[in-house]
Every structure is written in structure tokens, then in C-alpha cells.
Unconditional design. Sequence first.
Length: 157
Amino acid sequence: MPYLIDGHNLIAQLPDIALDDPNDEALLVERLKGFVAGNGKRCVVIFDRGLPGGKSTVLSTSRLQVIFASAHHTTADRLIQKRIRSIKDPKNWTLVSSDNEILATARAYGMKVIRASDFARQLQRAKKRQRPSIGEAEHIHLSEQEIDEWLKIFGDN
């Protein structure tokens, strides 16, 4: 079951990410990447104030689509409402938001809903489970392919 997420509503509910942080969207995206990796789900997260707007090819992955509402032409709320109305199988989706109007639209289309505060608690619990215990991180094993990828990124000095 894929998730449609109101990004800034969710950030506002997370104790360790602040809306006034210039990297708040990237921090949430990293958290959501862990979420989808841990459970095999797909997510679409929509944020306000993107320049130029649209799908972020830099932040998106095969399981996580990151979309920014154009700063001058629309809002995340409008894009979410439009997405809800256009999804062919809304009963198989879950909306994450705190906006009552968006939640009502999702319910009217048969979509499951989770308040952003409840989903934030789920993410926090998942984050705690994923955190390695002290000393555990030093036993990470990388494949040859992973090592090659890191060397391409950082160079082999």
C-alpha cells in the first residue's frame, strides 16, 4: 500500500527536524528512504515552495517520489488534492497529513488516512529500531560493488 505524504505537515510533527531548517525536506526524505527500505512500501511526498517545482530527480528513488509545488503557481495542498482525485485505486493508498480538508477529501475517495502526528510516531519508532548499538557500526560489511560506488563518489586517494 503506497503512501501519499504532506511533507511539511509531517516535518512539523517530528521532534528532530525543524521547519525553519534549510535542509528540512532533505532530512525528511532521508528518513522516508529508511522507512521504504525497511518495509518495501512506496511513498509520494509533496512539499511546498519548490523552485522550479515538479518531481525532484535528485531526491527521488524508485520507491520514493519527491515532488515540490512550484513556489509561484500552486501549493502542496492543491497538488495533494489533485493527486487524490486522480489516483486510480485510492482504496490501496494511505494519506499522511494534518490538514482536515485534505483528510476529508481522501476519506471521500475511499483512501485510508493517518494523521501526520501518528505517522511521525511510527517513523520515530522505526528510527530507534534501525539505530545500531554502540560498537555495532564498526562491523559493517560492504560488497565490492558498494565499495566501488563509494570510491567513485569520494575518489580513491
